[in-house]
Design a protein around this ligand. Structure first.
Ligand code: 5AD
Ligand code: SF4
Length: 484
């Protein structure tokens, strides 16, 4: 679910939202003529993109309007990712480019947000002299004050993590939006402490957002024509919120149901699930509602039980297989995707083969596959040696990618001749004569346009041809409402 490549509020990561690829930021805030302008660039996971929308909301209340070219901006913000070394390197490179703008326009402020800000704190200011603000993921409400401090020639810093902050009351301003699909953040932080992962250190303790504000946000999106929401969290299945008045506990399954009931025309997705927390109640809730997509992103990380233990994933190979079996038993047509790390500390060729065989067993339609990248301060960094040579990591990664591509193609080939209900998200990348949209299984379809149809409409598309990434087809029927 992470993307190490720079994008301007659009996601190259297609399982998150391919429709936002290649689109410039388009922020629907009043254009305050002569007022201050900000530019924001986001890296990494969907949560970061979602946070940038909270930041945009906070700034628009301060009279800022957005711009899509950083050279036009008075305030340049970069929302950063620390998940792998490469992600951090990308940010450093980008800062070199912003430095040049500052040389030409001395009043411009540059702020670093997100996980790198949290990880490096004031060290960032020592290392990057032209950075004016360092703001951690729980401190965005403080931005107006920090901007004022930086404007006065100081440095604005707030990297305090919170046990409560969920930004529940802030209405995100949708950035680079296609007007059809949106993220809703439901939890923040992570308590899992997977040994390879920097997230618990950069995003703090897990907390769940109050459910009524989530439902209200979903309702508002429907009212504005949106037709798909993705409930976001590092570990959505551990969502829990206790009503202080009734003592009633809202679990993730219950929340899913509450959001599904907002409007049958609105699809519901969620990400990311942890295998230890994805329970049967969630699976049964998925089957109960037509508008909850039969698709689960369930990162396995490794197929070997010894490595899983070193990773502190708290499940083993057999547990994961049981979860996969249960998903296919309860939701036979469900598609599953995964994240995989190759070359974790002490991983042998035999361990790697276990990963290959579990990928095959699980029949993932898609995986995000990474070479292990040691992150400072993590348990693995402190306890284990990063001892798998780079060439071995590379070779294993290639094997995993090849296997996954073959599985994706096989799965897509089975779809030839099938007809799917597709939500139109926008024009296809290649041609303005074609639409693109996903089916509930998170597969992208491309098909010639029919007159009168627009993004946000549902259509039935019959698949004529496929490759490992996309299904090509033709509209056979369209309808106004979801259940028509
Ligand atoms: N090295 C490589 N990949 C990592 N991920 C998390 N930490 C690391 C790391 N140190 C991957 C995991 C996770 C995804 C978001 O990023 O697969 O699920
Ligand atoms: Fe990182 Fe594990 Fe939490 Fe995911 S569940 S954010 S991999 S610690």
């Amino acid at each position: 679910m992470y993307n190490d490549n720079p994008t301007i509020n659009n996601l190259k990561d297609k399982s998150v939202d391919e429709s936002r690829q290649g689109e410039a930021l388009d922020l629907k805030t009043p254009n305050t003529e002569g007022g201050k302008k900000f530019y924001i660039e986001s890296y990494g996971c969907a949560m970061n993109f979602s946070d940038s929308e909270i930041v945009a909301s906070i700034l628009s209340k301060e009279g800022y309007s957005s711009c899509t070219t950083f050279t036009d901006a008075d305030l340049i913000l970069i929302n950063t990712c620390s998940i792998r070394e490469k992600a951090e390197k990308n940010v450093r490179q980008r800062l070199r480019v912003f430095d040049k703008t500052k040389d030409k326009k001395p009043g411009v402020l540059v702020g670093v947000l997100g996980c790198m800000a949290e990880r490096l704190k004031t060290k960032f200011l020592e290392e990057e002299k032209l950075v004016d603000m360092v703001v951690g993921p729980d401190a965005y409400r403080d931005l107006p004050k920090l901007i004022a401090e930086a404007d006065d020639g100081g440095k604005g810093v707030n990297v305090f993590l919170s046990r409560e902050e969920t930004y529940a009351d802030i209405s995100p301003v949708r950035l680079g939006s296609n007007g059809v699909t949106a993220f809703i953040s439901i939890t923040r932080g992570c308590d899992n402490m997977c040994s390879f992962c920097v997230v618990p250190f950069t995003r703090g303790r897990e907390r769940s957002r109050e459910p009524f504000s989530i439902v209200a946000e979903a309702q508002d999106l429907v009212n504005r024509g949106y037709r798909e929401v993705t409930l976001l969290g590092q570990n959505v299945d551990s969502y829990k919120w206790k009503n202080p008045e009734t003592e009633e506990m809202v679990t993730f399954a219950r929340l899913l149901e509450m959001v599904a009931q907002v409007d049958p025309r609105m699809r519901v997705r969620f990400s990311t699930s942890h295998p230890k927390d994805l329970n049967n109640e969630v699976l049964y809730t998925i089957t109960k509602y037509h508008n909850i997509c039969n698709y689960i992103h369930l990162p396995v990380q490794s197929g070997n039980s010894r490595i899983l233990e070193l990773m502190n994933r708290t499940y083993d190979r057999e547990w994961y297989k049981e979860r996969i079996d249960k998903i296919y038993e309860v939701i036979p047509d469900c598609t599953i995707s995964s994240d995989i790390i190759t070359g974790f500390c002490t991983e042998t060729d035999e361990d790697h083969k276990d990963t290959l065989s579990l990928i095959e067993y699980s029949n993932f339609i898609l995986s995000y596959m990474f070479k292990y990248s040691e992150r400072p301060g993590t348990i693995a960094h402190r306890k284990y040696e990063d001892d798998v040579p780079e060439e071995v990591k590379k070779k294993r990664l290639t094997e995993i990618v090849d296997l996954q591509n073959a599985l994706s193609l096989k799965s897509n080939l089975k779809d030839v001749g099938e007809t799917f209900e597709v939500l139109i998200e926008g024009d296809s990348k290649k041609s303005a004569d074609e639409f693109r949209g996903r089916n509930q299984y998170n597969k992208m379809l491309v098909f010639p346009k029919n007159e009168g149809l627009k993004p946000g409409d549902y259509v039935f598309v019959k698949v004529r041809d496929v490759n490992s990434a996309t299904l090509l087809g033709d509209i056979v029927k369209h309808h106004e409402t979801f259940n028509a």
